[in-house]
Design a protein around this ligand. Structure first.
Ligand SMILES: C[C@@](CO)(OP(=O)(O)O)[C@H](O)COP(=O)(O)OP(=O)(O)OC[C@H]1O[C@@H](n2ccc(N)nc2=O)[C@H](O)[C@@H]1O
Ligand SMILES: Nc1ncnc2c1ncn2[C@@H]1O[C@H](COP(=O)(O)OP(=O)(O)O)[C@@H](O)[C@H]1O
Length: 361
């Protein structure tokens, strides 16, 4: 099954893209014994993309030693990572990079010694609650599978992805899906085809996902005693049925009325300035606004693209956001955009559909 990566035939560099996600519904349950929280979420892939190129620099000397200890974790320079685009300086370039971990996972599985160069172009806000790192892992898995000739199915790639992060399987799958477990168990929502146009307001700085989950636990514990009715309780989202029904239709206002994010109070507690951002979006006439996942990016849902452009302009003018973008969804999941022969050649690397383009188009 494993292609001989030392031969000059076949792709020597593969580029894949993977989309950002938003959570239209994010219900967070209690923390589990493994430290993760039980989630019920409606994921949607939107038109902001990470682009990952995975290239073979040189093959290892003796693939026949596959299975020896050496091939399990190669020396540090076996996999190199270069990152470009907005926020690149906040992304690790060592083996902890999720794209590098994805490459390692597949190399380890087949005992490949190939030296790999990874190039990431960021198009998703870093640490913004839109799964940029997970999208890197998703794109890297898809690209490495092709590069090493593994031929894994989408389901097999998603299963590998779940070992790298809860959001990774969805970044592979794309579209709209119900996520359960810690977010990695997916069921595609085939009828949820209504399009959403969304204004994305980036904050100055990021929020750490585990810190926001921790803050939610803290708030719930602190206010738990008050859940009898003094209004201080941290709300918990109900079921997804009505939202799923609304997503099958073409009324963006009906969808906007049903958006919910249990993590929002925790993100607001850690970054109170986000209240101003949410207020600015409401005042700009958005149909609905919410913090994106663990934040601090805020999302504003609009009637159509023209409406989104108007809302974006007003939010931008109000000065509450570091940067404002427009995007839409659903879009598909991770896919290969270039399967080049020869050394890593950036002129041949297909551009991500919208990486770095503020309009998302
Ligand atoms: C909250 C969500 C909502 O989609 O995304 P973001 O908004 O951060 O992008 C996700 O659950 C984030 O998924 P992801 O970023 O892949 O998280 P992981 O790497 O799996 O986990 C990072 C850490 O977050 C916490 N975590 C994550 C998922 C989960 N269901 N419960 C958790 O408590 C754990 O502390 C874990 O160690
Ligand atoms: N490719 C990557 N590999 C590893 N970490 C990453 C990668 N991209 C971003 N990060 C880091 O992971 C953390 C979360 O980033 P990101 O995935 O962009 O946001 P979020 O988890 O909020 O959706 C940040 O600290 C960021 O530096």
């Amino acid at each position: 099954m494993l292609r001989d990566v030392s031969t000059p035939t076949g792709p020597r560099a593969v580029t894949a893209v993977a989309p950002a996600k938003i959570n239209l519904h994010l219900a967070v349950g209690d923390v589990r014994a493994d430290g993760f929280h039980e989630l019920v979420t409606v994921y949607r892939a939107v038109d902001l993309w990470e682009e990952v190129t995975v290239a073979i620099e040189a093959a290892g000397p003796d693939d026949e030693t596959a299975g020896s200890e050496d091939d399990v974790a190669g020396p540090d320079d076996d996999v190199t990572v270069a990152v470009s685009g907005p926020g690149a300086d906040q992304v690790p370039t060592d083996r902890t990079n999720l794209a590098a971990r994805a490459v390692d996972l597949l190399r380890e599985e087949v005992g490949s010694y190939a030296r790999i160069a990874i190039r990431i172009r960021k198009g998703v806000p870093v640490a913004g609650g839109m799964a940029g790192g997970s999208a890197d892992a998703a794109a890297a898995l898809v690209a490495t599978d092709r590069l090493l000739g593994l031929g894994l199915s989408r389901a097999e790639l998603e299963q590998r992805g779940s070992r790298l992060g809860s959001d990774v399987p969805f970044c592979i799958r794309g579209g709209t899906a119900l996520g359960t477990g810690r977010g990695e168990e997916l069921a595609t929502l085939l009828h949820a085809r209504g399009e959403q146009h969304v204004v994305v307001a980036l904050a100055a700085g990021g929020l750490s996902t585990p810190v926001v989950f921790g803050e939610l636990d803290r708030l719930r514990a602190e206010r738990g005693a008050a859940e009898q009715g003094d209004g201080r309780a941290v709300p918990r989202a109900g079921g997804t049925e009505r939202l799923v029904q609304a997503l099958a239709g073409d009324d963006p206002a009906a969808v906007a009325a049903l958006l919910v994010n249990d993590m929002e109070p925790a993100a607001l507690s850690l970054m109170p300035a986000l209240r101003r951002t949410l207020r600015a979006g409401r005042e700009a006439g958005a149909l609905g606004g919410m913090v994106s996942g663990s934040g601090p990016t805020c999302l504003f849902f609009c009637a159509d693209r023209e409406h989104a452009i108007a809302v974006a302009a007003e939010i931008s003018e109000s000065g509450v956001a570091r940067e404002v973008r427009i995007t839409s969804g659903p879009v598909g999941g991770a896919r290969i955009t270039s399967d080049a022969t020869g050394d890593l050649d950036h002129d041949h690397v297909g551009g991500a559909p919208s990486a770095g383009d503020p309009t998302g188009k």
